[in-house]
Design a protein around this ligand. Structure first.
Ligand code: DC
Length: 218
């Protein structure tokens, strides 16, 4: 494996990771792997099955029976297209909770390695540079202030929903997820010294992509 061919992008919710990773992959002709979608898919299935997400046994069973695939940017769970159903605030919150369970992280580890080792890839999430591909030589950490991230997520949710959503609720939700995602014991969100740090608060998407490309080791 060429470790320079794996670009990892980690960071908190709303830092712009998905949009940027997707566009970067397109621009470079790399594949794109959204690891958050895997946790969201598990959360979606847990909700469908009314599974007890605090129970290791019930999560183990769920993971055994789940088949997650990506097809033309669609997320498919056991044959069902869940692409838009996994993008709700409720599933976001639930995915953050299931992702704190070590059994879920273990269950999704090899899927991510396998998907990532299959050629040049941009992989994005919370632990892609620390746990999934620690050997990558191209690691980035995208960040932005809480207010800015909440504003972005609010706009995204409002564009999709037909009802009014309070910005304060979105801000509180993101703050709660930040704490949970970065303080959990199992592979918490962490910025390490070998990651190139970018604060996206005042940058356009194009500027962030440019900054990443400029700093790629080739
Ligand atoms: O990036 P996202 O909002 O789609 O991710 C949903 C949740 O999944 C997030 O709150 C934490 C979890 N997650 C994780 O623990 N590790 C990853 N590599 C990606 C996401």
């Amino acid at each position: 494996m060429v470790t320079k061919d794996i670009i990892t992008i980690d960071g908190p919710s709303g830092a712009g990771k998905s949009t940027i990773a997707k566009m970067l992959a397109r621009k470079l002709g790399y594949k794109y792997l959204d690891t958050g979608a895997l946790y969201r898919a598990v959360a979606w299935k847990a909700k469908e099955e009314k599974a007890d997400i605090e129970s290791e046994e019930s999560l183990k069973k769920l993971l055994k029976n789940i088949v997650i695939t990506f097809e033309n940017e669609k997320v498919i769970v056991n044959g069902i297209d869940v692409s838009s159903d996994i993008r709700t605030g409720e599933i976001g919150e639930l995915s953050s909770r299931v992702s704190a369970m070590p059994v879920v992280r273990e269950g999704l580890f090899s899927i991510q390695r396998e998907m990532g080792l299959n050629g040049k890839v941009v992989i994005e999430g919370r632990d892609t540079g620390t746990t999934i591909f620690p050997e990558s030589e191209n690691k980035f950490f995208l960040d932005a202030g809480l207010e800015e991230r909440a504003k972005r997520r609010h706009k995204e949710l409002m564009d999709k929903a037909q009802t009014e959503i309070a910005l304060k609720a979105v801000t509180d939700d993101i703050a709660k997820r930040d704490t949970r995602d970065s303080t959990r014991e199992s592979s918490p969100l962490k910025r390490t010294e070998d990651m190139f740090y970018i604060d996206t608060s005042k940058l356009t998407i194009e500027q962030v992509i440019e900054e990443i490309i400029k700093n790629l080791k080739s």
